[in-house]
Structures are given as C-alpha cells and as structure tokens.
Write a protein that binds this ligand. Structure first.
Ligand code: SF4
Length: 259
C-alpha cells in the first residue's frame, strides 16, 4: 500500500459538500485543465513553490491513515452539528493507491464520519467500484460533455468520465454534479440543454447540480511553481448563471450556484 502525497488539509470548508467539512487534497491528476486553480495538485510527486518572501515551500506530504483519521476526529463535533464530514479532493484522488483509499474510507466510516469524494471522473472504473459501497457521495466534476472540447481544454477525452458517472448512478451512488462554467466557452444555453438531455437520456440520478463559475484566484501559483499560465478565461455574467440555473430547475434539478 502506497501513501499518496497530500498538498493541503483544509479545515472548516463549506464548499466541498454539505455541512462543515475537512478536505484532504491529494496530489496528482491525469488532467491538465487550462483553468486549473490548483496547479500544485497536478504532479504526483512533491515539488517546491517559491513564496513571495523568497522561501521555498515543499508541497506534498505523506500521511499515515491513522494520522488522517486523527485529524478528522478532531473536527467530528463540527461534522455532527452541521451534517458535514470529510471530503477527499485533489488533484484526482481516484487515481491514488486504491487500497490506501479503501482503508482510509473504512476507518473514517467506522468512527461515524461521512466521506465524500471530489472527482473529475478520469480514473479506473475498478477504483469507483471498490469505493462505492463505503462513500456517502461524489462531487462529480463534468468539464465538458463534448469529447473534443474536453480533450482540447483538459488534455484528456471524456469517455471514461461519462462511463464512471453512469456507473455511480446505476449503482445508486449519490451524485452532486459540478459544472464549471467559462464565459463564451460552455456557459451558453444550447450547451446546457445538451447536458440536460444527456443526463435525462441516460437516467443519471443527481442529488444537486452545482454551477461553478470560473475564477482566476490560482494564477500566481503558476509563477511560484516556475510555470507559465498562458490561458485566461472570463467569468460568466450573473444573469447568464441565473438563466442556466432556471433551465436546470425547469428540468427538475435542485441547483446551487457555487460549490
Ligand atoms: S481536474 Fe481539477 S485538479 Fe485536475 S487539472 Fe483539472 S482543475 Fe486541476
């Protein structure tokens, strides 16, 4: 069993699922989204970030399962009061050592802590099958329904992403569908109508749709990592977000703007 690298443990998060949550951010991702605001999450190995004060900060640390369970247990009172729990995020957590994740999930569940997984879906089907019986749900990031666009903006095609979404739904897993919206690229009405039609045609069972407008908060991290972020996207208009929300609600979905 190999301990993955974690680049952040975020306490008191209110954007990674219901209630107050502690989020473990795992390092390593098969995608390279052009807008990624956590570029330090993309490589699987530790790396240095050059901070403004000149310090080199090592990003990526291994934790034993026992240590992570202990971290989560120290916040259990907040989880219990708010209906929260732990979220595994990244990077792409589902591409990490699945035996480690299975054991971590089982131990958290044994202590009564809810576990959600934030995923882009580009991970082995077998890994989803393994964790499905234990986790309380998935925050499922669907970047593009269109395969060519998915490839263009993330570097990876989306067949596996759609297949795993179907698998979770067919297996009765809870899905919070997260749609990142980029102005002029996928925030138009026809794109949303196509997405709704695909979800309906494939009987994908969704608990909630989260519309996540693009933001550019992570751009300075590229410089700190010695990389260049060449792409700049635009934030969708508020009215457009409301229009898309209305479309989804008319189709019968519970919708939230923001994570
Ligand atoms: S899936 Fe998430 S972590 Fe991976 S590159 Fe895209 S935005 Fe970044």
């Amino acid at each position: 069993m190999q301990s993955p690298y974690i680049f952040n443990i975020q306490k008191f998060s209110t954007h990674d699922g219901p209630g107050i949550r502690t989020t473990f951010f795992f390092k390593g991702c098969p995608l390279q989204c052009m807008w990624c605001h956590n570029p330090e999450s993309q490589k699987y190995e530790p790396e240095y970030m050059n901070e403004k004060d000149g310090r080199n900060q090592l990003v990526g640390k291994q934790y034993s399962i026992k240590e992570l369970v202990k971290q989560a247990q120290s916040d259990q009172i907040f989880f219990d009061r708010s209906g929260g729990g732990v979220t595994f995020s990244g990077g792409e957590v589902m591409t990490q050592d699945i035996s480690y994740l299975e054991e971590l999930t089982k131990q958290l569940k044994r202590t009564g802590i809810s576990v959600l997984i934030d995923t882009c879906g580009a991970a082995p089907e077998s890994s989803f099958k393994k964790l499905l019986p234990y986790v309380d749900g998935f925050l499922y990031d669907l970047k593009f329904l269109d395969t060519q666009k998915h490839y263009k903006f993330t570097g990876v095609q989306n067949q596996l992403v759609l297949k795993n979404l179907q698998l979770i739904s067919d297996s009765g897993g809870v899905i919070y569908l997260r749609l990142i919206l980029l102005k002029g690229i996928n925030d138009d009405v026809p794109t949303m109508l196509n997405t709704i039609a695909w979800l309906k045609n494939n009987c994908i069972n969704i608990k909630r749709v989260d519309l996540i407008p693009y933001h550019d908060f992570g751009r300075d991290k590229y410089t700190k990592l010695g990389r260049t972020c060449t792409q700049k996207f635009e934030i969708p208009e508020k009215d457009r977000l409301e229009d898309l929300k209305n479309l989804l609600e008319a189709a019968g979905y519970f919708v939230k703007i923001g994570g």
